[in-house]
Design a protein around this ligand. Structure first.
Ligand code: AMP
Length: 282
């Protein structure tokens, strides 16, 4: 596995493999601290592409001023080992100045509307940072496909819209949420949790199971499903709800009635750690 840092080297590599003919490139954008969720994206990329690049970049513009940019987990050596073991051909790990040559306050990509919903509402500017960095990565790498996790469901909606609006040629592939055996969705931020908080954090996945079982039993009214999800959190007073929502997965607009494909999404604070989880209802 090659480790590339300059954008120009990534572009050169991508263009060379394309010029050779018959090759396809899959890109897996990450912020590092790789876990089995990221590994599943790399494996999916591997099966759908002849070549795979994993990007590893803790993107400063998607963090708010009081958020965890400085202390976000960084594990470069372990990330290299995981990406190589999963069969990545390139690990692209640029310096901030490579992706933001004129500084972080220069040209940006904004997806209006969608960017202000769910995580965008509680993290102003977050999706502008995400859309901007992913646009840069797609322009630099020119991948045939880019792989994202369903875990970040609002991010998927924002990026789909951005790619459509900017006429980018990359196809998005969304991979299922990978969970620990007890149901907790894997996240680099789980490393922040104390053992007690980790148990409390199970309220998120529990609320999902609860809503799914109500839907399986025939309940479709959003008001009832949401009230009942709130009830799950009432039993876990240490966990502070950020949002609980039943929304259209593409527009992120609230729905009154759940149908097949409706997104149930939840975000909550466990101590100082904000966690998210979701499910597409069947
Ligand atoms: P991050 O490094 O947290 O920015 O995540 C990079 C990519 O991995 C994003 O597309 C995430 O949605 C995806 N991802 C993170 N956690 C999981 C998970 N538990 N299961 C599947 N994909 C995930």
């Amino acid at each position: 596995m090659q480790i590339l840092r300059p954008v120009a080297e990534l572009r050169r590599w991508s263009r060379k493999l394309r010029a050779a003919g018959g090759n396809t490139l899959g890109l897996v954008p990450t912020m590092g601290a790789l876990h089995a969720g990221h590994a599943s994206l790399i494996r999916a990329a591997r099966t759908l592409s002849t070549h795979v690049a994993v990007s590893l970049f803790v993107n400063p513009t998607q963090f708010g001023p009081s958020e965890d940019y400085a202390r976000y987990p960084r594990a470069f050596e372990a990330d290299c080992a995981l990406a190589a073991a999963e069969g990545a051909d390139v690990l692209f790990a640029p310096a901030v100045e490579e992706l933001y040559p004129s500084g972080p306050d220069s040209t940006f990509v904004e997806v209006p509307g969608l960017s202000d919903r769910l995580d965008g509402q509680s993290r102003p500017g977050h999706f502008r940072g995400v859309a901007t960095v992913v646009a840069k990565l797609l322009i630099a790498a020119e991948p045939d496909r880019a792989f994202f996790g369903q875990k970040d469901a609002a991010q998927v909606a924002v990026l789909r819209r951005m790619i459509a609006d900017l006429l980018l040629a990359t196809e998005i592939v969304v991979c299922p949420i990978v969970r620990d055996a007890d149901g907790l969705a894997l996240s680099s931020r789980n490393a922040y949790l104390t053992p007690a908080q980790r148990t409390q954090a199970l309220a998120l996945s529990r609320s999902i199971h609860h809503v799914e079982s109500l839907v399986a039993g025939g309940e479709r009214r959003a008001s009832m499903l949401l009230a009942s999800a709130h009830g799950v959190f009432a039993a876990e007073p240490e966990v502070r709800i950020d949002y609980i929502a039943l929304i259209d997965a593409a527009t992120l607009e609230p729905v009154e009635t759940a149908v097949s494909g409706t997104l149930f999404a939840v975000a909550a604070w466990v101590g100082a750690t904000r966690l998210i989880d979701n499910a597409i209802l069947d």
